[in-house]
Design a protein around this ligand. Structure first.
Ligand code: M6R
Length: 594
């Protein structure tokens, strides 16, 4: 959440800062701001997206070092006052994270005579640095001193009026990478923001402080010792799929699902597991949001193939209880970004207790990937739409492939059963491409769903989890209230919600007869049933459903086809309501605060 950028270049940086910041917009888009140094600070802040900062800069913006920020508000309204950079006495700071002791720090700074201009937690940082500088500390030492007073999470980039040739960076708990080469040095929350500006990048570790001057980056660890970090070619920082004629990144990313699944298959087919993982007696899968639904959908296949019981945990909840850890447990953490604060906290908790951690992760340079015992990559490619789409499908595939590898290592499934699953997985790109061809029908249904204030999604087994993901997609993209239930649970209370014309999206799947009965029950109460079922079941659902979407695939394939269909349904409902599909209100793609 929030994106930060800093650039030190041989020429004026303001325009480049706006370009780089635009690539971080997925991290938040409430407000944006930038500052360039020398002579004095030139500052511009706007409410809204980075592009609103504009491309034209007058002579006051000729500085060759600068910092910029795109905000997802935590403390204080999303207005220009609270937009970053925050300034104090010749120090400008952009911050991603949360300063937990900001209230106490602010109180003591105010007592010392400091005046604050915003409601943010972040503003204490420039005040602390300025105070240290006033006591005679050099730029890096002043940042070090200020950081020692901070509790919480931060990635900061700091600009100095009286040292306009540099940017100082510090990290604790929030992701940040530095970059160098091609006559420049830089910092960004995500290295992809810096493509074209530098030749190579490295992720900072917690406690690191880096000084960027010219093309040079000096990194010191928390003890002030020179630190060598893992530098990678900027070419490794993936660029996004082209939006092309699709009109939104989200729609383009759904269309990119077949290609992404092919990549996942290529990366993981035939891959074996280390003995420590293969010997698991129990799995615990931990994730948030769509990643949790991918894990929950895949769970049945993992258990059936490997015979290993598999628990499922919401990361933020798992942290709040001291769950006993069963001996022989292997943790499987699932995350697109590899940055989600709650999931990372669980990772640290489990690793500290000796639990091997498998990271099913999409971003290869993320903290989760860097600190896992085994990385099981989802290989979806860069995803810019805030809603998970192709990454969800690739997570699901990667997880089923994990179950397959576990089964292979343990000899828990017959060669014929393994070969049958392998054939299903290889066919998935074609199944998803065929599901996408149903878009015109789904768009027409979506327009009707958009006219309702609410929708209910039901399914059984893996289809119950897919239904939950479908409800999440609809609410985050279109803001329509959407609930999902295991179809068998309807009669235990939620059926009271059904009234005349309520849209009920039925995800057919395992045990279709029972799901069909549930569809009849809601239809009898006036619901508008929309059935997403396999082709072979279409005729049986036709008398009950207002719409039958006859999907390609069966078994695993059907679940993937349903995922694509539900994503398209949500996108078209959102478009019908004129919602910004790529930038849903109040959301950010990486949830780096707890
Ligand atoms: O990066 P992660 O997979 O860890 O993110 C988890 C959730 O924040 C994410 O899936 C979120 O629910 C998306 N908005 C779903 O579309």
């Amino acid at each position: 959440m929030c994106g930060i950028v800093g650039l030190v270049n041989g020429h004026a940086v303001a325009g480049d800062l706006v370009t780089a910041l635009g690539r971080l917009e997925y991290r938040g888009y409430d407000s944006a701001g930038l500052a360039v140094a020398g002579p004095g600070f030139a500052v511009r802040k706007v409410v809204g997206r980075p592009a609103a900062l504009g491309a034209e800069f007058d002579a006051s913006f000729t500085g060759r070092a600068g910092i910029a920020h795109t905000r997802w508000a935590t403390h204080g309204r999303p207005d220009a006052r609270n937009a970053h950079p925050h300034l104090c006495d010749g120090v400008a700071v952009v911050h991603n994270g949360i300063i937990e002791n900001h209230a106490a720090l602010r109180a003591s700074l105010v007592a010392e005579g400091h005046a604050f201009a915003s409601d943010t937690d972040s503003e204490v940082i420039p005040h602390l640095i300025a105070a240290a500088r006033a006591r005679g500390a050099a730029p890096v030492a002043a940042v070090q001193e200020a950081c020692a007073a901070l509790h919480g999470a931060y990635a900061i980039a700091v600009l100095f009026e009286d040292a306009p040739d540099r940017v100082v960076v510090a990290r604790q708990g929030s992701p940040v990478t530095v970059a160098r080469g091609a006559g420049a040095s830089a910092v960004a929350s995500d290295p992809a923001a810096l493509a074209g500006f530098c030749a190579e990048y490295a992720a900072l570790e917690d406690g690191d402080i880096a000084e960027l001057r010219g093309a040079e980056v000096r990194i010191a660890d928390r003890n002030g010792r020179v630190a060598s970090r893992d530098w990678q070619s900027m070419e490794a920082a993936e660029v996004a799929a082209e939006m092309g004629a699709f009109g939104s990144n989200t729609r383009a990313e759904i269309a990119a699902t077949p290609a992404a699944l092919r990549r996942t298959n290529a990366a993981l087919a035939g891959r074996t597991l280390p003995a420590q993982v293969a010997a698991a007696e129990r799995l615990v899968m931990v994730a948030c949001g769509s990643s949790l639904y991918a894990a929950s959908t895949a769970r049945a296949w993992i258990e059936q193939l490997s015979g290993v019981p598999c628990d499922l945990e919401v990361a933020s909840e798992y942290r709040t209880r001291a769950a006993p850890i069963v001996r022989g447990t292997v943790a499987v953490l699932v995350s697109q970004s590899g940055e989600t604060a709650d999931t990372l906290a669980v990772q640290a908790h489990l690793r500290a207790r000796g639990v091997p951690v498998v990271a099913v992760v999409n971003v290869p340079h993320s903290q989760m990937a860097r600190t896992a015992d085994l990385v099981w990559p989802t290989s979806a490619g860069r995803e810019l739409g805030v809603a998970a789409t192709k990454s969800f499908s690739c997570q699901l595939l990667a997880l089923v492939r994990f179950g397959l590898a576990l089964a292979q290592a343990r000899g828990s499934a017959t060669p014929a059963a393994l070969a049958a699953v392998e054939a299903e997985l290889t066919a998935l790109p074609g199944v998803c491409a065929a599901a996408e061809r149903l878009e015109p029908q789904l768009a027409a249904i979506a327009r009707r769903v958009a006219s309702a204030n609410e929708a209910i999604f039901i399914g059984r087994g893996p289809a119950a989890s897919i239904a939950a993901e479908g409800a999440l997609k609809l609410k985050e993209l279109s803001y329509i209230r959407a609930d999902a239930y295991a179809a068998g649970e309807l009669k235990h209370g939620p059926i009271a919600l059904i009234h005349d014309r309520s849209p009920v999206i039925v995800c057919g799947g395992v045990n279709d007869d029972k799901t069909l009965s549930n569809a009849e029950e809601v239809r009898a109460r006036g619901a508008q049933v929309i059935a997403l079922v396999e082709q072979a079941a279409a005729a049986r659902f036709a008398p009950v459903a207002h719409d039958v979407v006859a999907l390609p695939g069966s078994g695993l394939g059907l679940v993937f086809a349903q995922a694509v269909a539900l994503q398209l349904l949500a996108v078209h409902a959102a478009e019908a309501l004129h919602c910004d599909v790529d930038r849903p209100r109040n959301l950010a793609k990486s949830v780096t605060v707890e």
